[in-house]
Write a protein that binds this ligand. Structure first.
Ligand code: SAM
Length: 255
C-alpha cells in the first residue's frame, strides 16, 4: 500500500536538501530551462498566483520574488512546513495550505490570474478533478502552466545492452511503484506515479474547458534551476536524458 502523503512527509526535509532547487528562478522540471530562459509567465507583479503541488515552496518563493501575491498548496504537511521555512528565510509572504489539489473548496472561484503546477500531476491517479479545480479557481483569461516529467522517462530504462521499454507508451494512468532511497532514512519510502500519454493531459485539459496554447518539450539541459535532480538523472540515464526531453510544459488559458 502506497500512502503518497506519508511518503512525501518522510522525505520532505531530505528531498529539499538533496536536490537544491532554486528559489530565485521559477523551474518547470528537471533538465528543463527555467523561467529566466523560457519566459512563460510574463509580468506577474501584483497578480494572484497559485502553485498547485508546491512541494518545498521553491517556485512559490520565486513567484513571490517576481512580485506576485502567492498561494501554494501541497498534500504533504511536511512539505508545507519546509515551504514555510523557505518563505521566512527569503523574507517573502506566501499563503500556504495543506490540501489535495483535486479538492480546493477553500479557494474562491475565479480568484487567480495564474496557476502553476510543476512535477506533481503524475502523482494523481485521476487528473480531471485537479484540472476542473484549476479551471474553477482561475479568472476568465487566467493562465494555467502545467509541467511534469516526460512519460517516456518512466517507461524507458537504460541498461548495459541499451535502452529498453519496460511498458508500452499507450497507457491510461499506468501505476508505477518505486522507492526513493535517502541515507538519512532507515527504510526507503514507497511512491507511485501514474504514467499517461501527453495526449491524455492535453485532451483532459481541453475537455475541462481550457484552451491549450502551446506545448514545450525543451532539449535537456543542465542549465536549469532544478539543479540536483537534473544532475542525478543525467548521471544515471545519460542516453535517455540526451535523446528525449525530460520535462514537458503545457500552457493553457481559460477562455
Ligand atoms: C516532485 S514534488 C514537486 C514539488 C514542486 N512543485 C516542485 O516542482 O519543486 C511533488 C509534490 O506533489 C505533491 N502532491 C502529490 N500529490 C498531491 C495532491 N494530490 N495534491 C497536492 N499535492 C500533491 C507532493 O506532496 C510533493 O510535494
Amino acid at each position: 500500500m502506497v500512502d503518497i502523503k506519508k511518503s512525501w512527509d518522510k522525505i520532505a526535509e531530505h528531498y529539499n536538501k538533496r536536490y537544491e532547487i532554486s528559489c530565485d528562478v521559477v523551474h518547470y522540471g528537471p533538465l528543463c530551462p527555467g523561467e529566466d530562459r523560457l519566459r512563460l509567465l510574463g509580468d506577474i507583479k501584483g497578480k494572484k498566483a497559485i502553485d498547485l503541488g508546491c512541494g518545498g515552496g521553491q517556485n512559490a518563493v520565486a513567484l513571490a520574488k517576481l512580485g506576485a501575491d502567492v498561494t501554494a498548496v501541497d498534500l504533504s504537511t511536511e512539505q508545507i512546513i519546509q515551504a514555510e521555512g523557505l518563505a521566512s528565510d527569503h523574507r517573502v509572504s506566501i499563503c500556504l495550505k495543506q490540501a489535495d489539489i483535486s479538492s480546493l473548496s477553500f479557494v474562491e472561484s475565479q480568484s487567480f490570474d495564474i496557476a502553476l503546477s510543476a512535477c506533481s500531476i503524475s502523482f494523481l491517479e485521476r487528473i480531471d478533478p485537479a484540472f476542473r479545480e484549476a479551471y474553477r479557481i482561475l479568472k476568465p483569461k487566467g493562465r494555467f502552466i502545467l509541467s511534469d516529467m516526460n512519460p517516456l522517462q518512466y517507461l524507458l530504462d537504460e541498461t548495459e545492452s541499451g535502452v529498453v521499454f519496460n511498458n508500452p507508451y499507450h497507457q491510461k494512468s499506468l501505476p508505477i511503484n518505486w522507492t526513493w532511497e535517502f541515507d538519512e532514512l532507515n527504510r526507503a519510502p514507497r511512491f507511485r506515479h501514474y504514467v499517461r500519454m501527453i495526449s491524455d493531459y492535453v485532451n483532459s485539459l481541453i475537455d475541462t474547458g481550457f484552451m491549450v496554447q502551446k506545448i514545450l518539450e525543451p532539449e535537456s539541459t543542465l542549465n536549469t534551476p532544478h539543479k540536483g535532480f537534473s544532475e542525478e538523472i543525467m548521471k544515471e540515464y545519460p542516453y535517455i536524458a540526451k535523446h528525449i526531453p525530460i520535462t514537458f510544459v503545457i500552457l493553457c488559458k481559460k477562455p
